[in-house]
Structures are given as C-alpha cells and as structure tokens.
Design a protein around this ligand. Structure first.
Ligand SMILES: [Zn+2]
Length: 474
C-alpha cells in the first residue's frame, strides 16, 4: 500500500491522500464536483442521524423543496441576489425549448421556501413553522478541495418562521448551540462560538452566528452557521400574519445549515500520518476483529473465536469481523488504520491458547492483551475513553492555538510564524477589517459574545476597540 504524504511535508497533499486512499471520496468527471464513496458517505450518514435526532428533539420537521428556483425569486431580496448570483448555475433550456424564465439550481433555499410560506402562513396560529430539509446545493466553484470546497455539496438547511423577533433570535441561538454540541460531543471537535462581522455574514441576514474550529495546520474552518434573518425574506415575499390582536405583521425568520464540509473538518481534526482517525461515535465501524489466519492450516478455531468475541456486542457496538483469506493480517491492519476504525482486536493462535485477545487503539497505537471474557465490558469503556481523549487533545490544540497581539506588527508576525486564532484589537469598521484581510489573508472569524474591550484598533489606532479572533481559513 502506497504511503501517505506526511503532514509535516505537505499538509494539503496529506489531506488529499487520506480522503482518496481511505476511499472516502474521489474527483468527478465534472470539474468542481466530487463523488462521495461508501466510507465517506457512511460517516456523513452517522452525522445526519445524530443531527436529525437533535433537530426533531427541538420540534423541527423535515420537508423537501425543489432543486430549481425561478431566477426572479432570487432577485426579490437585494442582498441575497448580490451574494449568490455570481456563483449560481442556471438552467436556460428544457428539452429542446428555451425557457421563458431561467431557473437557478438552488445555492440555498430561502427564496423558494419563503414563496411557499406565503401560502401557508396567515395567522399567528400557523406559527412557528420549524422546517428542515436535507438536500444538495450548487455554488459554482472550480477550485475543488474534496469535502471542503466543491460546486455541489450535501447539507441540511433549516428555515423557520416566527411571530416575534425575540423568538426568531432565540431559535437562531438554539441552533448554533446544537451545532456546537454536535461538534464537541460527536465530532470531538472543540469550537469557538460567536457572530460574524457585517462583512462576513450571510447575504440577507441581520445576524450570522458561527462555530469555528481549528485545524492541525493552524487554519480555521467555519463548521456551521445559523442566521437571524429579521423580516427581510418576509418582506421580499410579502409573508404577513394576523397577530392575536388582529393586526397584520411581517413574519420573522431564521435559517441554519451544516454540510458535508464537516467530513473534511473531521479528517483534519484528528487524523495522523497513518491515515484517518475517527471518533467512535461517528465511525461506521467502531471495532474490527482480525483473526490471524495462516495459509495451509485449519483456521476453524480462530474463526470461531472471532465470531465468539463479536457476538456479545450485539447492536450496542458496530463490529466487523474481517475474515477475508485473500489478504494478510498485516495488510488488514494497515487498511483499517487508514480508514480510522477506532479499535482493532487481534486474535492469533497463541492468544487463543491463553484465552485472550489483543486490543489495539487507533489513536495512540497502544496494544493491550485482554482476557476474552473481559472484552464486552472493556471495549465499550475504551471507545468512550477514545472519544474523550480525541476531544481533550483537540481542545488542547485549540487553546494553544489562541494567541493575542496588540499591535498590527505583532499581529502580522504571529499570524505568519504561528497561525491559529490571533486575538487582536479592532474598532469595528469595515475598512480596517478589509485592510487586514487584503494584507494578511486573515479574516475576522467571529465576534465573541463577550468580547474583551481593549484600547485602540491595531489598524487605525482609534478606540474603543474589541479583541476579536482573526485567522486564515478554509
Ligand atoms: Zn480601526
């Protein structure tokens, strides 16, 4: 099996090697597009299930809206069309006829959804509407980075309608909280939470909340966003409701989404030079049992032992017995390491004699001989321990990756030499923000809810300034 490029040699090639060799995704014949292969898709399915459960537990229902949106819909919200028009794919022909009105392949679904909400919302009794859809979207993009940046990607988009601004803001905050919980408890990926600056917020939003993670190369990755849209879309699509008091009012809106980009974030959070490292909760297979088979001898006893060890896990742990006899045990070890399976159990003839198995952790490589009878208790505990350890390690990296700088000069030096999130004083003006991003390629990732006040802006020298985290990002 060909070696994976080392992180220290070429981080970006290391990422591509893992994604392609672990058979998570491949490049599609159409530039900008990707094929998600079964191993990558199984991880996405685990993510989907966990998120979907959390959405439903907070009162949301799934629905499905069409892929094609009339161009005129997109033009109804001025900021929205300005933000999305440059990256839209547009259908102008159907069969052999030119269409009267071009159709946009959805880059996001606010417009088509709000056109429908106009039909469905009349009274305060119809509110709130808490809908989510799992779908694909297209944003024209030629610089492909598998999972991180592709023209077509999979995501979920929640779209909710509320009677009051307070309720809508609470919803937008609740959903960024759910994304944070998912990132931390499922992906074992700690995040910073806050709101975007005006320059960075979603086209058409009043407030965009974001979670931002730190990758191993010191770059930030926006992992999920939740938007408070005010009455912008209700006004654009004339969605009014009769209040309890009998008055006609515009509806308040939110939208929120995470995408297959999270799979890329997962890869870059935990993996190493041997391949993918998966947190157990999102691993399609948590435990692989490899019986050490020998050519030309009767392996029946070993194979029986492998099934016997697998059996007590039942449905509680996702276990696979790799009983292939056409590849060597060493080859299997490499393959499952590359694919990031959290725990491997080896059973050889000598182990069988001693009534034990060897339990191997993917994250540390640690091997522990374990009496067969203790496996059903020890292995689930180990999986929980690995989940925790991955989070702790990533949290430590995030904490160490948060740095401070007071002057622009110190900021630039820290950004170039160390990267990560550099907290620096900013006056709040778009001009200073743009200057930093043009000159250093670092952007304000978020404005913390309780940003520390501090003297003067590092760019213009004016105050009062707030300390906000800048980073270069994916
Ligand atoms: Zn300034």
């Amino acid at each position: 099996m060909a070696k994976i490029t080392k992180r220290s040699e070429d981080y970006s090639q290391w990422y591509i090697d893992i994604v392609t060799r672990a058979e998570m995704a491949d490049y599609a014949p159409v530039k900008g597009c990707m094929v998600i292969r079964p191993w990558g898709y199984a991880i996405w399915e685990r993510m989907q299930r966990a998120l979907d459960d959390m959405f439903k537990a907070t009162g949301h229902s799934n629905a499905y809206f069409p892929l094609l949106i009339p161009m005129s819909f997109l033009q109804k919200e001025a900021e929205h069309v300005k933000g999305f028009a440059p990256e839209c794919a547009v259908v102008t022909r159907g069969g052999d006829k030119e269409l009267e009105e071009p159709l946009v392949i959805r880059p996001t679904s606010e417009t088509i959804i709000w056109a429908m909400y106009k039909k469905w919302i009349q009274s305060w009794r119809d509110l709130p509407l808490l809908y989510n859809q799992w779908a694909n979207v297209v944003r024209w993009e030629m610089r492909t980075r598998l999972f991180l940046r592709t023209a077509e990607f999979l995501w979920q988009e929640g779209h909710t309608a509320h009677a009051t601004a307070d309720e809508a803001v609470q919803e937008a905050e609740r959903m960024i909280g759910i994304y944070r919980t998912f990132a931390e408890q499922w992906m074992a990926m700690p995040v910073l939470v806050g709101s975007k600056s005006d320059a960075e917020k979603f086209a058409g939003a009043l407030t965009t909340y974001t979670i931002e993670a730190l990758m191993q190369d010191g770059k930030a990755l926006q992992a999920g966003t939740s938007h408070y849209l005010g009455q912008n879309f209700a006004k654009a699509f004339d969605v009014q409701f009769q209040s309890r008091e009998g008055q006609l009012q515009y509806v308040y809106a939110t939208s929120w989404g995470v995408s297959t980009r999270l799979v890329g974030a997962l890869v870059m959070s935990h993996s190493d030079d041997a391949g993918l490292v998966l947190p157990p909760k999102l691993a399609p297979i948590e435990v692989v049992i490899v019986p050490i088979l020998k050519a030309g001898v009767d392996n029946a006893a070993i194979l029986t032992a492998a099934s016997r060890v697998a059996e007590p896990f039942g449905d509680a742990v996702r276990v696979k017995v790799d009983d292939r006899d056409n590849v060597s045990p060493g080859w299997k070890f490499n393959e499952w390491e590359l694919k990031g399976v959290p725990v491997r159990i080896e059973i050889g003839p000598k182990d069988l004699e001693k009534g034990q198995v060897v339990v191997v952790r993917r994250d540390t490589g640690q091997k522990t001989p374990t009496p067969e009878g203790e496996v059903p208790v020890r292995v689930p505990a180990l999986l929980a321990e690995i989940q925790e350890a991955l989070f702790t390690r990533a949290k430590q990296r995030l904490d160490e990756g948060c740095r401070a700088a007071d002057t622009y000069e110190a900021f630039r030096r820290t950004m170039d030499e160390q990267g990560g999130f550099v907290y620096a004083p900013w006056c709040g003006s778009a001009e200073c923000e743009a200057k930093v991003s043009e000159e250093t390629k670092a952007t304000i990732r978020l404005v913390p809810e309780q940003a520390e006040g501090c003297g003067a802006c590092m760019v213009c020298g004016k105050g009062p300034a707030k300390r906000v985290p800048f980073a270069r990002s994916y």
